[in-house]
Design a protein around this ligand. Structure first.
Ligand code: GRF
Length: 214
């Protein structure tokens, strides 16, 4: 199996993006296999989603490690032991350090609920509402040492409605998150792209796969 097909998914909570990847693989929209789900919190609901799908999961609590490097080394080892080729952060509420980034150069993805570079960091949906933008969205990007700052792989725009609350806006963005995360993985796997500075430029579209819901 090509290394790019072997995914490791890192979570901290609900795991709806993890579920979207599980579903995309099950329906044939994504040609991949999730080799391990790692949570830094033992109460993450996403762990149950992994179990239900028969995927190996583990809890690695940052509290049990003396430093960020030690923690990142443990993550790296767990991923390498399973010969993971692509690492997907899916609501993983930890900054990842150079240990992990250097072990998987241009091979770590993150999903963020805004149109980056607008509204990085926490509570991106509230930031968008408070700022009064009319459009926000979701971004999948490569992870670098800069918080929510790596090269962008896929984005989707979402309108902000006049009666939106953080909850209603978040729900609308989430639909797009679930759609573009598998798409971004396919783009990365295809290797049909080049990096020019921080711009990831597709050189051809990846092979079409089955549409959503089929
Ligand atoms: C998502 O909104 C994601 O963009 C952000 O954290 C949330 C995780 O949700 N990074 P879930 O755990 O995938 O349901």
């Amino acid at each position: 199996m090509h290394a790019d097909r072997r995914l490791g998914v890192l979570i901290s909570g609900r795991g709806s993006n993890l579920q979207a990847l599980i579903d995309a693989i099950a329906s044939g929209r994504l040609d991949a296999s999730i080799e391990i789900v790692i949570s830094n919190r033992k109460d993450a609901a996403g762990l149950e989603r992994a179990r239900a799908a028969g995927i190996e999961s583990m809890v690695l609590s940052h509290r049990n490690f003396g430093s960020r490097d030690e923690y990142d080394r443990a993550l790296t080892n767990a991923l390498r032991e399973r010969r993971v080729g692509l690492v997907c952060l899916a609501g993983f509420m930890r900054l990842v350090g150079s240990e992990l980034i250097d072990a998987f150069p241009n091979r770590i993805l993150n999903i963020h609920p805004s149109l980056l570079p607008a509204f990085p960091g926490l509570n991106a949906q509230k930031q968008a509402l408070d700022h009064g933008v009319r459009l926000t969205g979701a971004t999948v990007h490569l992870v670098t040492s800069e918080l929510d700052g790596g090269p962008i792989v896929a984005q989707a725009a979402v309108p902000v409605l006049d009666d939106d609350t953080v909850e209603s806006l978040s729900a609308r963005i989430l639909v797009e998150e679930h759609r573009i995360y598998p798409e971004a993985i396919r783009i990365l796997q295809s290797r049909l792209w080049t990096m020019e500075g921080r711009r990831l430029r597709r050189t051809a579209a990846p092979e079409p796969r089955l549409p959503a819901g089929s």
